[in-house]
Design a protein around this ligand. Structure first.
Ligand SMILES: O=C(O)/C=C/C(=O)CC(=O)CC(=O)O
Ligand SMILES: [Ca+2]
Ligand SMILES: [Mg+2]
Length: 414
């Protein structure tokens, strides 16, 4: 485990700060002007477009309103910028040029950090797959027969991936409960969250090109928190045989900062023991997961937040590198700005489940929130927030907020 790298920006040295010099995540901000690329340091946002203009950083398109140009340049460029920023921000290195490019985090707007080109969602949490299989199908055969061999996924929607803080309306859809003769069209009554992490693809592949797990790992630029909002009633009626469609297409929230693989390197850890030997194209090549503490809070209107789940990214069965290697294995081209959802992260016991569907066991066991309200699924005005950080020795690597508030359904159709 590495130690805290001290910065001349004092708030970055606070052991509770999500953004010490060890982190240096990438995002996009504006301060009443044009969005451009930034990093976070302590309670400040550092304008990378300004540093690029001043000649303190090479031109990686930091003046653009998305990180895609930089993300497509690959590992060497990513690491060079990280080293340069570390030199500029290190304790004792204070300069006017860098000080002038800082903004208070509280005074800026954070935007979607990159243009999401495509969004694929996986299903790599073993306990989640077991729980959902038990609830939707048959507890005796909860895990599908392919699950221990393939990182199962489906192609989701990039069009509705939004940055933390974006509100959205309750989704409408076709609903048919087990007791109903006919489906009807209406607002979802079983709106849920999914606690996931997103892997952000930096380097692309060509159509037909196959990659090893290690090559896939090198292509990943970094990670975000990801809430894959899910309408369980729409899902239950629509999902066979082609998988989720409208049930997960209406909104997906990500955190505003992409935490780089370099920052997470000290927190690498092993995948779990393999119950079936994996095929060569996705075999483990070393520690492939990360030790990242994750939690979820739920807040009813006017009340204080309640922590409803605490778990760890290391509860997954497949790593993002294995998912990416599998994704490209047929010859599918992967592109800069592809977003891969990990799948819902649920640990083995109660209190570690990453969706309300599991926490309330299909809506049968309500949970009680601060202020006394009870919930099975999400009600209008509720706010859900994912939190995540890797804990180092005297510092932490945080992801920033991943928050969304659900508004009532839209009355109109326009
Ligand atoms: O019916 C199923 O088994 C799948 C259920 C899901 O909710 C799929 C999904 O979003 C995968 C995940 O987040 O783990
Ligand atoms: Ca999901
Ligand atoms: Mg340019």
């Amino acid at each position: 485990m590495t130690d805290l790298v001290r910065s001349w920006i004092e708030t970055a040295n606070d052991p509770e700060s999500p953004f010490p010099l060890n982190n240096l995540p990438f995002g996009v901000f504006s301060a009443g002007d044009a969005p451009r690329c930034a990093t976070a340091i302590g309670d400040k946002v550092l304008d990378l477009a300004a540093l690029q203009k001043a000649g303190l950083l090479p031109d990686h398109g930091f003046d653009e309103p998305a990180l895609n140009t930089f993300m497509g340049e690959g590992k060497q460029a990513w690491n060079e910028v990280r080293e340069k920023l570390t030199d500029l921000l290190r304790d004792g290195a204070e300069t006017d040029a860098v000080r002038d490019a800082l903004h208070d985090m509280g005074n800026v707007t954070l935007h979607l950090p990159f243009t999401v080109i495509e969004y694929t969602d996986f299903y790599a949490g073993r306990q989640h797959a077991f729980n959902v299989g038990s609830l939707f199908r048959d507890p005796a055969n909860a895990l599908p027969p392919n699950w221990l061999h393939i990182p199962i996924g489906y192609n989701g929607r990039a069009s509705t991936v939004v940055v933390s803080g974006t509100e959205f309306h309750r989704p409408m859809g076709q609903l048919k409960g087990p007791q109903d003769d006919q489906p009807r069209f209406g607002p979802s009554q079983r709106l849920d969250i999914e606690l996931e992490m997103g892997a952000v693809v930096g380097m692309p592949t060509e159509m037909g090109q196959r990659i090893s797990v290690d090559q896939a790992d090198d292509m990943i630029f970094g990670y975000v928190l990801l809430n894959d909002w899910s309408a369980r009633d729409i899902q239950a009626w629509e999902y066979q045989p082609l998988g989720p469609f409208q049930a997960k297409a209406f909104a997906t929230t990500i955190s505003p900062w992409v935490v780089t693989k370099a920052a997470l390197e000290p927190f690498r850890c092993d995948t779990p023991p393999r119950e079936k030997e994996l095929l060569p194209h996705i075999k483990d090549t070393g520690p492939m997961l990360y030790d990242i503490d994750l939690s979820v809070t739920m807040t009813a209107p006017g009340a204080e937040p309640t922590e409803i789940c605490r778990t760890n990214y290391n509860a997954l069965y497949y790593s993002a590198a294995q998912q990416l290697a599998h994704h490209a294995s047929s010859g599918c081209a992967m592109r800069t700005g592809d977003l891969l959802g990990s799948g819902t992260i649920s640990g083995p016991e109660k209190g570690t489940f990453g969706s309300l569907l599991e926490m309330t066991w299909g809506g049968k066991n309500p949970i009680t929130l601060e202020g006394g309200a009870t919930r099975t699924f999400i009600e209008d005005g509720d706010t859900l927030a994912l939190h995540g950080h890797a804990q180092g020795d005297g510092y932490r690597v945080g992801f920033g907020p991943c928050v969304g508030t659900v508004l009532p359904e839209r009355a109109d159709r326009s």
